[in-house]
Design a protein around this ligand. Structure first.
Ligand code: DSN
Length: 429
């Protein structure tokens, strides 16, 4: 980064500081990951200079001969990787992508049924202060009070009562499998669209360790920077483009689903696509087509199970008693620590996690009763089950002994040993 270090030493230094933080700590936020250097190169390319409102072959600006090929390559890779009929790769990120799906399928005031944020859903699944809860009539489902699992009968009852036009399935803090086939049955019974937000588990779906929503959902949305390991961004995928035409709001004309989604992105919500981001997504999709990526997806789950086992053995309580996917929700209620306190303590020894609400949490979002841990980023660094046993013990010791400085010293030593054994981004140093 010789140009940057000359032009702006301040930002250059900050980027290097962040690189060191990522290299020397254990990154355990389940929605974060480390892209490849190839993805970073595409992201930092001259493609950022170009305006290209529209779609390949139909742009509102000249000079898009190359950009058209970049976007076509990205769309084709997405279609091939997921086995879908249509892909829109322009959403700036997950929230704008979900916004576009709502904009395409719903009219203001229509009913949407999504998972409650406080029980593991997402802001855009109907939270009252989000666009999804302000402009639409949002109703929610949660998990069962006893098992903390999705109860499909209970969701069916809510759907029958509320008759949503759209059901959203997908979660940000649910450590178990989501049964998309059950959601589809419910959606069919109430004649609703089904949106599967697979942002968290997309890499597991590619690896075959999680059921795919492709046979079931009308629309699939995924971010590209979580388990997919690409740049920040999102895609909207359509398993099939039906002949059925859908009404347009305030218009006599009708469009098919693909046309509706594309029109919702532009001119509906966005302007020029971020072409450097599109190119970097294309690179990530190519990487995700390899056997190596499938092994990676399987290892994420093996690591999460090993970490869960170690946390339990060392005295911590997990929501649902374990995990089937990439994430773990620790219930700190009996430890005497809040989620915010645990997050801060672990930060002190360079273990990065995030405080998180647990289902039916009596505490507030900024100081909830849980922490959320995940294995995608550490798995990218090559961590395996044995490392997870050590990390689980270290995390539990810190939480059980919050004021013991020698335990913190030992944790720092363990973190240094593990990060040295699994180096990150050496080629960027
Ligand atoms: N903010 C993301 C997460 O951390 O799960 C969801 O968008």
């Amino acid at each position: 980064m010789s140009y940057l270090s000359n032009t702006d030493p301040n930002i250059y230094e900050l980027i290097n500081d962040e690189l060191k933080r990522q290299q020397n700590g254990l990154e355990m936020i389940p929605s974060e990951n480390f892209t490849s250097p190839a993805v970073l190169e595409a992201l930092g390319s001259v493609l950022t200079n170009k305006y290209s409102e529209g779609y390949p072959g139909k742009r509102y600006y000249g000079g898009n001969q190359v950009i058209d090929q970049v976007e076509e390559t990205c769309r084709n890779r997405a279609k091939e990787l997921f086995g879908v009929a249509h892909a829109n790769v322009q959403p700036y990120s997950g929230s704008p992508a979900n916004q576009a799906v709502y904009f395409a399928l719903l009219n203001p005031g229509d009913t949407v049924l999504g998972m409650e944020l406080a029980q593991g859903g997402h802001l855009t699944h109907g939270y009252k202060l989000n666009f999804s809860g302000k402009y639409y009539h949002s109703v929610s489902y949660g998990v069962d009070r006893e098992t903390k699992l999705l109860n499909y009968e209970a969701i069916r009852e809510i759907a029958k009562k509320e008759k949503p036009k759209l059901i959203v399935c997908g979660a940000t803090a649910y450590p178990r499998q989501i049964d998309f086939s059950e959601f589809k049955k419910i959606a069919n019974e109430v004649n609703s669209y089904l949106l599967a937000d697979i942002s968290h588990i997309v890499g597991l779906i590619i690896a075959g360790t999680h059921q795919s929503p492709v046979p079931y959902a009308d629309v699939i949305m995924t971010t590209t920077h979580k388990t997919l390991r690409g740049p920040r961004g999102a895609m909207i995928l359509l398993p099939k483009v039906e002949d059925r035409l859908h009404e347009l709001y305030h218009s006599e004309s009708k469009r098919n689903l693909a046309e509706l989604i594309d029109a919702a992105i532009i001119p509906g919500l966005q302007g020029g696509p971020h072409n450097h981001q599109t190119a970097a997504i294309a690179v990530a999709l190519k990487e995700a087509m390899t056997d190596e990526f499938k092994n990676y997806g399987r290892q994420i789950v093996a690591n999460a199970k090993s970490l869960a086992e170690s946390l339990i053995e060392n005295g911590l309580e997990l929501v649902t008693g374990g995990t089937d996917n990439h994430l773990i929700l620790v219930d700190l209620t009996k430890t005497g620590l809040s989620g915010a306190e645990a997050e801060k303590l672990l930060d002190e020894v360079s273990i990065t996690v995030n405080k998180n609400m647990i289902p039916f949490d009596p505490r507030k979002p900024l100081d909830p009763s849980g922490i959320r841990l995940g294995t995608p980023a550490l798995t990218t660094r090559g961590f395996t089950e044995n490392d997870m046993q050590v990390i689980g013990k270290t995390i539990a010791e810190i939480i059980k002994n919050p004021i013991n400085e020698s335990i913190k010293m030992e944790a720092r030593r363990v973190v240094a040993e593990l990060t040295t054994a699994h180096p990150l981004y050496q080629e960027l140093v």
